[in-house]
Design a protein around this ligand. Structure first.
Ligand SMILES: [Zn+2]
Length: 528
């Protein structure tokens, strides 16, 4: 009788019985099917469709058995946002001392993105070119040496010299750090100029297509926007526009930027820039979703390993091939679905430390939801032991290697190595240092708060190079990043298991710590 009952009823109670990997693949498929559906219209932060996705994630967390760890006993952490975009195409012109003026052409020479601090902005100042605008004392490099930019507009190339180590190159190439350097030197405006490498990776025409999309930052307790370097970005200039700035020097400058040393000397340009810009600014409300798996060890339960993944994507944009919904199936429905699956894999076997699952908003606007959480964590900041970030796993091939960004800067590295070895997955050096990946996802906001972090990207082996390049060229931030891609949900299950193993190592072993003298530890670790 008992046996009969078990055979008859257990499948009804538990659903179809599947082996773990098949169950994981089915779970990931179900989550992605909802999150990347047209109904959610690309999950842009601040839209009702993002909120629907957030509610879905909170429901999943509840079903999984995670404790609510947002605000006021809920899964939601309210994130007050400020959104801004340009109201028009701006009016920009270059002026020689003779009085001769050259207009810059929107969409060909430059584009503007709006300003969070002032709706109407008018700047007229001389231009000073500062090369990459890198100040790196450890390499005895100062692109501002001998230049006076006080009261002037700084013109800097995008990216950073190729000789720099991958993650440090990402740091120096990050626009926020360039702005900080320009402001520290007394500049009154900033112009970013594309390099040949930049144009190849992210064609100017793609950015022009989306120039009216909203940028965002978060609002502080006093209601003011968080803007770490309040220096206006007046324009992004294309390679075409560079010729108007640099004249006959353009070829030499762009070629020097491509060399390993990237030794591009700056100089005062014989030009002033007049820029008249109008921005639309509004407040927007959104939510991070936070769930907790309490640790099993009473001594370590008060420390947290954070798993982060962004839920938002870029919403609706002008159509490509008749489709305007950016479903974000692999950016980042795949990362959210695999993160939720990591939570399921912990079921019934809690780790010693607690694990905090942070599904965050406004990543596509500049890692804003994660930044808000890192500045306003729902657990004591000093208790956050590490962050593991899941963003844009490309699940169209069976990866056999990964690049673990950030891992080798702390004791997270050996943990990642052990976890990968157990699954027969190899660790590869960064195959795309031009991309500056280390500062481009949510884990970096934890690094800025002094927290060791790791971000896994599926590798180039076993067909990965072709699959990755195909995705970046054809689907990245386009409406075609949808569920019609040949998604391997079994590979999603494998990616979830690998991140589970890593998280498990970090949550059970000694607390992660930075390597002595590490670059990012020196920059940020005093903050804890
Ligand atoms: Zn993205």
């Amino acid at each position: 009788m008992k046996r009969f009952l078990a055979v008859l009823f257990l499948p009804l109670l538990l659903g179809p019985i599947m082996a773990q990997p098949e169950q994981s693949a089915a779970n990931i498929k179900a989550d992605m099917a909802f999150l990347a559906s047209d109904k959610l219209k690309g999950r842009e932060a601040g839209t009702p469709e993002y909120d629907m996705a957030a509610k879905y994630v909170a429901d999943q967390m509840k079903q999984i058995g995670l404790a609510p760890m947002g605000a006021k006993g809920s899964y939601f952490q309210h994130v007050p946002l400020l959104a801004y975009r340009t109201r028009d195409q701006g009016v920009l012109s270059l002026h020689e001392r003779s009085g001769h003026a050259t207009p810059l052409v929107f969409g060909t020479d430059y584009l503007v993105r709006g300003n969070p601090l002032s709706a109407d902005l008018s700047v007229d100042a001389p231009l000073v070119f500062v090369g990459f605008g890198v100040v790196a004392p450890e390499h005895r490099r100062d692109d501002y040496a001998g230049l006076d930019v006080t009261g002037k507009i700084v013109v800097a190339l995008s990216g950073a010299p190729k000789f720099l180590q991958s993650e440090e190159r990402a740091y120096y190439g990050n626009a926020r750090n360039k702005l900080a350097a320009a402001r520290a030197h007394g500049a009154v405006g900033f112009v970013l100029v594309d390099t040949l490498t930049g144009e190849k990776l992210y064609p100017f025409a793609n950015a022009v297509r989306q120039y009216q999309s909203w940028g965002m930052t978060w609002r502080k307790a006093d209601g003011k926007p968080f803007v770490p370097s309040p220096l206006p970005v007046l324009a992004s200039v294309s390679v075409t526009g560079a010729h108007k700035l640099f004249g006959t020097d353009t070829g030499r400058i762009l070629a020097a930027a491509e060399t390993k040393e990237g030794d591009v000397r700056g100089f005062a340009l014989p030009l002033s820039l007049r820029a008249v810009l109008h921005s639309e600014i509004k407040t927007v409300e959104s939510e991070n979703i936070v769930g907790l798996l309490p640790g099993a060890d009473p001594k370590l339960r008060g420390e947290y390993v954070v798993l982060s993944a962004h839920l938002d994507h870029i919403g609706v944009t002008p159509p490509v091939n008749g489709d305007s919904i950016n479903n974000g199936a692999l950016d980042n429905a795949s990362g959210v679905a695999t993160t939720l699956e990591v939570a399921r894999l912990f079921h019934g076997k809690a780790s010693r430390r607690s694990v905090l699952f942070l599904i965050d908003t406004a990543e596509e606007k500049g890692l804003i939801g994660a930044e808000y959480f890192a500045h306003n964590p729902t657990v004591p900041r000093s208790s956050i032991a590490a962050d593991v970030d899941l963003d844009m796993p490309i699940l169209t091939y069976d990866f056999t290697d990964v690049t673990a960004y950030g891992a080798d800067r702390s004791s997270v590295g050996p943990s990642v190595r052990r976890a990968a070895t157990r699954m027969d997955i190899k660790l590869s050096p960064d195959p795309e240092p031009d991309e500056g990946i280390f500062t481009r996802s949510d884990h970096y906001r934890f690094v800025e708060q002094g927290v060791p972090a790791v971000f896994l990207v599926t590798g180039f082996a076993n067909g990965g190079e072709a699959a990755t390049k195909f995705f970046l060229k054809n689907h990245y931030h386009k409406p075609s990043d949808d569920l019609s891609q040949p998604i391997r949900y079994d590979v999603g299950a494998k990616f979830a298991r690998l991140n589970y193993q890593i998280t498990r190592e970090l949550a059970d072993g000694t607390r992660p710590s930075w390597n002595k003298g590490d670059f990012f530890a020196a920059k940020f670790a005093g903050k804890k």
